[in-house]
Design a binder for this molecule. Structure first.
Ligand code: 9YT
Length: 129
């Protein structure tokens, strides 16, 4: 069994900031836990807009605090996000993520992240080979 606490990873290499300052990802579980997925506790900062396209990953995102919206670029639909909202990027969906209040999100990636990934200019994470 593995038990890990957010408090214990703050300020370590598991705390990753977006180069543009839009988010901080606290990487609770990574590939080396051998679970087949990874888990982040992520803050998306108020007033930010982030273009994302996880072409190499599936992601489940569950909001537990804050407010914002996700725009599905395939359909133009805009879905409001607040605590209790789950979205699943099951089609590697290109989207904009916007926060009106800082949002705290639980993010699960398949395949798992390995550690220090930040978005490329095209909004995805490289695959670890
Ligand atoms: C919700 C989302 O995709 N935010 C960007 C950061 C990413 N999920 C991460 O690495 O925690």
């Amino acid at each position: 069994m593995i038990v890990r606490k957010l408090q214990d990873i703050l300020g370590t290499e598991r705390e990753v900031n977006a180069p543009n300052g839009n988010w901080t990802s606290r990487r609770l579980s990574l590939k080396d836990d051998s679970m087949g997925f990874s888990v982040n506790d992520t803050l998306i900062y108020a007033g930010t807009e982030t273009y994302i396209w996880y072409k190499n990953h599936l992601e489940a995102v569950y909001c537990v605090e804050g407010k914002g919206e996700i725009e599905d670029l395939a359909t133009g639909e805009i879905h409001p996000i607040s605590d209790g909202t789950l979205y699943l990027l099951n089609k590697h969906d290109k989207h904009y993520l916007r926060a009106t209040e800082t949002m705290r999100m639980v993010c699960v990636f398949n395949p798992p992240l390995t550690g220090r990934e930040v978005h490329t200019k095209e909004g995805y994470y490289e695959l670890d080979e």
